[in-house]
Design a protein around this ligand. Structure first.
Ligand code: ARG
Length: 459
């Protein structure tokens, strides 16, 4: 039964009904809709619409309904109700009779849906915070394990300077830390309750909206009824936060796919997150990581769809806004799945330390050290850069690394080069030198690592 039949003499076209109905996706708001309805029934007592006893009857019926829904949410999909709000109300009326028809007094589905969606976002947000934390923990424990595992660092996908695996892990810990704090910010900003804003102009029943907001666990009530029912900033912000975090996860995925390639051979991913080829028996494909990389696009897609939908919508509620849910649900589900898969991929992987070290030693990634060495001898950096460039060309022609050049050969490039150059070109020295804050020296990495461990522990 539709909630609004009185003005109509003909039934809705079946095709329009299925186009218009949102139950098939907003059934996920059932728990929130029931929670909101219980709070609303209490507010109705405060304005004399329901007696205490009536409220208790309604509350008990709604709580029963909530239990049934939590047990089997899919049962809702059997109904032909227009949306989750109609479904809950119809179920209530079936349970308590005419009394149930009083619940919608002073309320509109417009303030109701905004409240439900915010409650859902708050719950989902907590879950995502936990998952971000878990993925960070995984990175931090890998970093702890691999403080001395050398890894080539890249720019332009060319070996640039050696780093450690630990330092690489901690870079992603930083990114996820920003995601974490961005999500906290969103959750703080959305923590205002629209209920009691009516359809657009505010409810006509003089209730204490602040009390109502607090009873639902919101920090405060929204302050303008027009804005309350038409604001979807929180949907956009959450999707934007999801998108930025997916950028981080996709970069993590891409790094690992590259490290896992036959050409790099730096890591071997666990069987648990890889798959085989139906044709080529030798293959072990990084599917989990490729899907993280691939699914990033669909999260961006949901964000841009929402931006387009809201652009230039007149105040206040318009049915266009029903388009907010599928994209939001999908974006947050996808983000959550990808966080889990990223953490799983990190758990089981093996690192081929001999190979990462060999790669870090090759590719002339200590060329900058030679340039700095000459700087220490008084050569201006621009000149030393040029001199070292020539030395690299010579070493490439001989097919050897820089440190394999003899002292006599070095002296052809600059007479200032002495025997101590070999120490400066060593891997250990290259790493140890970078001891300014944020650098790759073992001292700084230990500092960053223990800070990250502390931060996660205290959270
Ligand atoms: N299903 C609707 C939505 O998701 C609920 C609000 C409907 N309000 C209305 N006046 N038709 O946006």
């Amino acid at each position: 039964m539709a909630l609004w039949g009185g003005r109509f003499s003909q039934a809705a076209d079946a095709r329009f009904k299925s186009f218009n109905d949102s139950l098939r996706f907003d059934y996920r708001l059932a728990e929130q809709d029931i929670t909101g309805s219980v709070a609303w029934s209490k507010a109705l007592v405060s304005v004399g619409i329901l007696t205490q006893d009536e409220q208790l009857t309604i509350e008990a019926a709604l709580n029963d309904l909530k239990l049934a829904v939590l047990e089997n949410p899919e049962q809702i999909l059997q109904s032909d109700a227009e949306d989750i709000h109609s479904w809950v109300e119809t179920q209530l009326i079936a349970k308590v009779g005419d009394l149930g028809k009083k619940l919608h007094t002073g309320r509109s589905r417009n303030d109701q849906v905004a409240t439900d969606l915010k409650l859902w976002c708050k719950q989902q947000g907590q879950q995502l915070l936990m998952q971000l934390d878990k993925t960070q923990q995984q990175l931090v424990s890998l970093a702890r394990e691999h403080q001395h595992t050398v890894l080539p660092g890249y720019t332009h996908l060319q070996r640039a300077q050696p780093v450690t695996f630990s330092h690489w892990c901690l870079a992603y810990v930083e990114m996820l830390e920003r995601d974490y704090s961005r999500l906290i910010d969103c959750l703080k900003r959305l923590d205002t309750c629209p209920l009691g804003s009516g359809a657009l102009a505010g409810t006509a029943y003089p209730m204490d909206r602040t009390k109502l907001a607090h009873s639902l666990g919101f920090a405060s009530a929204t302050l303008n009824s027009l804005d309350s029912v038409s604001d979807r900033d929180y949907v956009m912000e959450l999707m934007c936060t999801a998108s930025m975090s997916m950028i981080h996860l996709s970069r993590l995925a891409e790094d690992l796919i590259f490290y896992n390639s036959g050409e790099s051979n730096f890591i071997e991913l666990a069987d648990a997150v890889t798959s085989g080829s139906s044709l080529m028996p030798q293959k072990k494909n990084p599917d989990a990581l490729e899907l993280i990389r691939g699914k990033t696009g669909r999260v961006f897609g949901s964000l841009s769809a929402m931006l387009m939908t809201l652009k230039a919508l007149p105040l206040a509620y318009n049915k266009d806004m029903q388009e907010d849910k599928e994209g939001l649900f999908d974006a947050l589900d996808t983000w959550s799945d990808c966080l889990e898969m990223a953490a799983m991929s990190l758990v089981g992987m093996k690192i081929n330390e001999a190979r990462t070290k060999e790669a870090a030693l090759g590719g002339y990634s200590n060329a900058t050290e030679l340039a700095d060495y000459l700087v220490a001898k008084g050569v201006p950096f621009r000149d030393s850069h040029h001199i070292v460039g020539e030395a690299v060309v010579a070493a490439i022609a001989k097919g050897v690394p820089l440190e394999a050049l003899t002292l006599a050969e070095f002296k052809e490039f600059d007479v200032l080069i002495e025997d101590d150059v070999y120490h400066h070109l060593s891997l250990d020295e290259t790493l140890a030198k970078r001891k300014a804050l944020g650098g790759v020296s073992p001292v700084q990495v230990e500092f960053a690592l223990s800070n990250a461990e502390k931060r996660l522990e205290e959270r």
